[in-house]
Design a protein around this ligand. Structure first.
Ligand code: AMP
Ligand code: ZN
Length: 470
């Protein structure tokens, strides 16, 4: 496949051919969840986007190292002005208990959501609270080089010292803000300046998560965690940094400033941002009661993977309005595609994907992750009547390496449902013997199953039995 991968780079505001820093490798950092509450379906859109990106890089042959951070301290209530109470501490006020327990609870729920959406677990999922030393070290470097100043409530980064501040959002330091960001901290030298380290003052006086630092007891600002952890896990130069578009004007602008000014001189080749999922044409927000999570989708009898399907119907750079009608339509579409895969009869596992279809599919997905186009190719394949059955099935499986809609799993489940009772019973016995490492007995049972016309295979998700095609 000679096609080149192209991604839209938020930094240059155009599509660029992806060229890795190290040949054959791709290093990706994605801003992950703030674990003060359940991640909503908008947040999950960001996670699905990062997963599609990773699967595409793998499909293109890259060895991917990916990091998704867990923000369990320092993300303040006002994203825009970077002020207010820490979201974790607010959750303590509302839920009771302690911030660590709350953080771990929502992190677990998030991991569960990732699994239900067939998102491949990231290689690293570092927690901000477990990297305080790294963050302090990063701040120390900025401090020694004169990029910081102290106010009553923290140690701040002086954005006027970084000439390119605003390069990502395209706003100049002077024109950015005063109107847009009304800061309550009158000691800030520039409206865009942000805290690297917060002291225990004001709303954060009672902050439970607290650490010693050269500047006093307190906790790190939100932006420094991503700079410190991406440096630790991916090094001083890496390929792609992702996040939602809400991160462009503040969080990522601040990361870029910190990185450029530190001696770590971190450089990111591609900044990629997913647009928002909207609900009722508006912002998904807990505070205005406009929020849905994955449980609610499941409670309505819709498979979580049908939500993944819905997200794939839109380009990641377009906004998408969530409606229950659209979600139900996505569920129907997914069931239809499952049925057309189930309906493919015959062929063998040795069959390989069709190259012409692969080409069409790749043209879409390599063109800045055009998942909607890729789904259209998948539907063409479903209607295709001239391919040998095994080739058609293999092509679906090949597409699913990126789509992640679990085509193999569906076939396995379906095949299991269709098995005669006696074969099911034999399979259970075989699983028992295998679990007890009695492979001799297990093989005897395999032979019994074979005598009934079924072949057993051991896969990642357990045994599978298929009727041997005659
Ligand atoms: P948070 O938990 O707020 O730190 O956000 C986690 C990720 O979800 C970040 O990359 C955000 O940019 C992204 N995000 C937040 N809201 C939405 C939304 N409505 N649609 C898509 N992505 C979102
Ligand atoms: Zn981040």
């Amino acid at each position: 496949m000679a096609l080149e991968l192209q991604f839209y780079n938020s930094l240059s505001r155009k599509k660029e051919v992806f060229k890795p820093i190290i040949p054959g490798e791709a290093k990706v950092y994605s801003c992950g969840p703030t674990v003060y509450s359940r991640q909503h379906i908008g947040n999950l859109r960001a996670a699905i986007f990062a997963d599609i990106l990773k699967r595409t890089l793998r499909y293109a042959g890259y060895a991917v190292t990916d990091v998704v951070n867990i923000t369990d301290v320092g993300h303040l209530v006002s994203d825009e002005t970077d002020e207010g109470e820490d979201k974790m501490e607010k959750a303590v006020r509302l839920e009771g208990g302690d911030p660590y327990t709350i953080a771990r609870k929502y992190e677990e729920l998030y991991r569960g959501d990732l699994a239900r959406l067939n998102i491949i677990p990231p290689k690293f999922m570092p927690r901000a609270t477990e990297h305080i030393g790294e963050q302090i070290k990063f701040i120390e470097v900025l401090h020694e080089q004169g990029y910081t100043y102290r106010t009553a409530d923290g140690l701040y980064f002086d954005t006027s010292r970084f000439h390119d501040y605003g390069m990502l959002s395209g706003q100049k330091q002077k024109e950015k803000l005063p109107g847009a960001r009304v800061s309550v901290n009158k000691e800030k030298r520039n409206p865009a300046d942000f805290a690297l380290w917060k002291f225990l003052t004001g709303e954060n006086k009672e902050h439970i998560m607290r650490w010693n630092s050269p500047w006093g007891v307190g906790f790190p600002g939100w932006h420094i965690e991503c700079s410190a952890m991406s440096y630790k896990y991916l090094g001083s130069m890496f390929d792609i940094h992702t996040g939602g578009i809400d991160h462009i004007p503040v969080h990522h602008e601040n990361e870029i400033a910190q990185n450029a000014c530190s001696e770590f001189i971190q450089k990111v080749s591609f900044w990629m941002h997913n647009n928002h999922l909207l609900l009722n044409e508006g912002k998904i927000s807990k505070s205005i009661g406009n929020v849905i999570d994955l449980d609610e989708i499941a409670e309505r009898g819709l498979a979580p993977l049908s939500f993944r399907y819905l997200i794939l119907t839109a380009h990641y750079r377009s906004s998408l309005n969530f409606t229950w009608n659209a979600q139900v339509a996505a569920s129907h579409a997914l069931m239809r595609i499952y049925n057309s895969i189930i309906d493919i009869r015959g062929g063998s596992d040795a069959d390989i994907p069709d190259e012409a279809y692969r080409q069409k599919f790749t043209e879409c997905i390599f063109d800045d992750l055009d998942t909607a186009g890729a789904l259209a190719v998948m539907w063409d394949l479903a209607k295709e009547g001239s391919l040998p059955p095994g080739v058609k099935r293999a092509t679906f499986f090949d597409f699913d390496r990126i789509l992640g809609l679990d085509f193999r799993g569906v076939l396995a489940k379906r095949a299991a449902m269709l098995l005669p009772e006696e074969v099911k019973t034999l399979l259970e016995k075989r699983a028992f013997y295998r679990a007890n490492k009695d492979f001799k007995k297990a093989d005897e049972i395999r032979a019994k199953i074979a005598a009934k016309g079924y072949e057993v295979r051991d896969t990642d998700h357990g045994q599978e039995a298929m009727q041997v095609s005659s």
